[in-house]
Design a protein around this ligand. Structure first.
Ligand SMILES: NC(=O)c1ccc[n+]([C@@H]2O[C@H](COP(=O)([O-])OP(=O)(O)OC[C@H]3O[C@@H](n4cnc5c(N)ncnc54)[C@H](OP(=O)(O)O)[C@@H]3O)[C@@H](O)[C@H]2O)c1
Length: 244
């Protein structure tokens, strides 16, 4: 069975590890990011904080799925940013808006686009969105990131109910899951550790986890995410990989 797999932000960190560990043979893997360069992927260049890019991604989903003989279609929306760290009301306004567009708006708009593209897909459709413990725990200095991830969780719960209803009506349904990966050793974590505590007071916790060797390996987190495909999960599940 051939597979079409899109991963946003596969140029770095968890996304690159996901691309390297796709569990299906004969998968076409598309990296949607600004820089690309990950081996084994096709690069769809896109700045996902730019709303104009969202329709290009939707068009790519539709074009690749039209007349495809693939029997599995998967989108992992993984791209995210912490920039700018610091209190709301103090950080740069343009950077704050970019954070909101990428972390809060893009997951919903791109998730919707994928669901639209697979609405009549006769094969297996799966949509995973990267979330975080920051969805439920407030971290001063990360307001737009926390707000964005909380939005991801609730969007997934809501869309999960919609997909459950489609399945009950005998229509093609997509598995929609939010995935919190734990604290993973990526460039994002390096950025956190380098941040001034005045901008992000919890930085000491992340430095301690690093010093204690407690960061997760990106490949382990990636393999765990892919293992969700074989689990019996509810529509709209919000999963923390550390509890599997
Ligand atoms: N690492 C952790 O401990 C951790 C914990 C909880 C949740 N997460 C979540 O896991 C996901 C991946 O995090 P990571 O640690 O792997 O981060 P990372 O190493 O910083 O990688 C971020 C990825 O997002 C892409 N990206 C950023 N801004 C983008 C934009 N405007 N347009 C398109 N792509 C963009 C980057 O690609 P380009 O720069 O090439 O565009 C890069 O591939 C994020 O959603 C993050 O919130 C991570």
């Amino acid at each position: 069975m051939t597979s079409l797999v899109w991963i946003s932000g596969a140029s770095s960190g968890i996304g690159a590890a996901l691309a390297a560990t796709v569990p299906w043979r004969d998968a076409t893997v598309v990296d949607i990011s600004r820089s690309g360069g990950t081996p084994g992927t096709e690069h769809l260049p896109a700045d996902l904080a730019d709303p104009d890019a969202w329709s290009l991604v939707e068009a790519h989903f539709l074009a690749r799925l039209a007349g495809t003989d693939a029997r599995r279609a998967v989108f992992v929306h993984n791209a995210g940013t912490l920039d700018p760290m610091g209190p709301a009301g103090a950080v740069d306004s343009r950077a704050y808006a970019t954070n909101v567009l990428l972390n809060a708006a893009a997951p919903q708009v791109l998730g919707h686009a994928f669901l639209k593209a697979v609405a009549d897909f006769p094969g297996e459709a799966q949509l995973y969105l990267l979330t975080s413990g920051a969805a439920t725990k407030p971290y001063p200095g990360w307001s737009s990131y926390c707000g964005g991830k909380a939005g991801v969780d609730h969007w997934v719960r809501t869309v999960g109910e919609e997909q459950r209803a489609r399945a009950a009506a005998g229509l093609p349904a997509c598995r929609v899951v939010a995935v919190a990966p734990g604290v993973v050793a990526t460039p994002m974590q390096e950025e956190i550790r380098a941040t001034d505590p005045a901008l992000f007071p919890a930085v000491t916790r992340f430095r301690s986890l690093h010093d204690a060797g407690e960061l997760r390996d990106p490949a382990d987190a990636a393999r765990q995410l892919w293992s969700l495909a074989d689990r019996d999960l509810d529509h709209g599940a919000v999963v923390d990989l550390r509890t599997l």
